[in-house]
Design a protein around this ligand. Structure first.
Ligand SMILES: Nc1ncnc2c1ncn2[C@@H]1O[C@H](COP(=O)(O)OP(=O)(O)OP(=O)(O)O)[C@@H](O)[C@H]1O
Length: 310
């Protein structure tokens, strides 16, 4: 087990930021840590890294208690923090070299690692640029290079794609996939559900300092009542339609979406067929009819009562 965090409580005075929070990660997994603003993601990571003291509970990384003074353990961990941690006066190469130098003293080995990191984030053209001359996306890429240059086995990435352009975002996501292919373990926090779905082997959903659900997207989908959503729109308006649709078999609820209805169904083979039968037998004309499986966004909404995105 790469990370084991059990029943951790962390208070900031009156506020309970982590409320008996448990979390684990196996070797080689990408685990997503998802939750709304202020749910405790950064606090959880900082406790794992022993950058923050916690009030009770246990945390082990690489099978032992984390100690911020233990250099051997620190060398095996990489951090890409949410706030950019780069020096304005140093250029791209020098920034990466500085961070790599915290763990790798041998200058020949370090040079090779810095070159690999520059290549990995695609900043070769910018190696002599200071951060002030880089776009937001390129700064994020530099921030990542600083965190990964020493080739850590375990990498923490705290919202690495916030406010980046599409090209840098793809670069970052592809980079995370490459790290997994190299056998590294990645803990990835994000607000973006599509990213989590695309990248993560497993997800932990946090709300108010607690682990409220975990599993693969498939497992999380199974855990909620809505399994399929069908959007349907009709040519003519009928004030009683919402009620009639909600009386169809296996309907959890019906909501409005613009001029259409969104029917949330339980898992069942014949949901769409039943709806079409209803449409035909009532001689209705539909303008839209689409069906999709519950998404991570539905899972989040059902579990927390909140949208993930602000
Ligand atoms: N140093 C601190 N002192 C007091 N309260 C804090 C401190 N750091 C965080 N908090 C509070 O603890 C809670 C958890 O914060 P944290 O930053 O861990 O959440 P988060 O999920 O990472 O949020 P975000 O998505 O905005 O980064 C929030 O209510 C926050 O206001």
């Amino acid at each position: 087990m790469m990370i084991m965090m059990d029943g951790v409580v962390k208070r900031y005075n009156e506020l309970i930021a982590l409320d008996h929070f448990s979390f684990n990660a196996q070797d080689g997994e990408i685990v997503g840590l998802l939750g709304p603003n202020g749910c405790g993601k950064t606090t959880a990571i900082n406790c794992m890294l022993s950058l923050l003291r916690f009030d009770s509970g246990d945390i082990e990384i690489f099978g032992r208690r984390v100690d911020s003074n233990n250099n051997d353990v620190k060398r095996r961990i990489g951090i890409v923090p949410q706030e950019l941690a780069i020096f304005d006066k140093l250029n791209v190469y020098e920034n990466i070299d500085f961070y790599c130098g915290l763990y790798i003293q041998n200058s020949k080995e370090r040079k090779k690692l810095v070159e690999e990191a520059i290549d990995f984030v695609g900043l070769d053209k910018y190696r002599r640029f200071t951060p002030g001359k880089l776009s937001g996306g390129l700064k994020r890429r530099l921030n990542i290079a600083c965190g990964i240059a020493h080739k850590p086995e375990l990498l923490f990435m705290d919202e690495p794609t916030v406010a980046v352009d599409a090209q840098s975002r793809n670069f970052i996501l592809e980079g995370v996939k490459k790290m997994k292919a190299d056998g590294r373990t990645v803990i990835y926090t994000t607000h973006y559900l599509e990213e989590a779905e695309q990248l993560c082997d497993r997800m932990v959903i946090m709300d108010q300092g607690r682990n409220i659900a975990q599993g693969t997207v498939g497992q999380l989908q199974e855990s909620i009542s809505t399994q399929e959503r069908v959007e349907v729109g009709f040519l003519t308006e009928d004030p009683g339609m919402k009620k009639r649709l909600s009386e169809l078999p296996h309907v959890v609820k019906v909501t409005n979406k613009n001029d259409n209805y969104l029917i949330h169904f339980e898992k069942q083979e014949n949901n769409l067929a039943n709806l079409i039968k209803f449409i035909e037998s009532n001689n209705l004309t539909y303008t839209d009819l689409t069906s999709e499986r519950a998404t991570l966004s539905d899972i989040f909404l059902e579990l927390t009562g909140k949208e993930l995105r602000d």
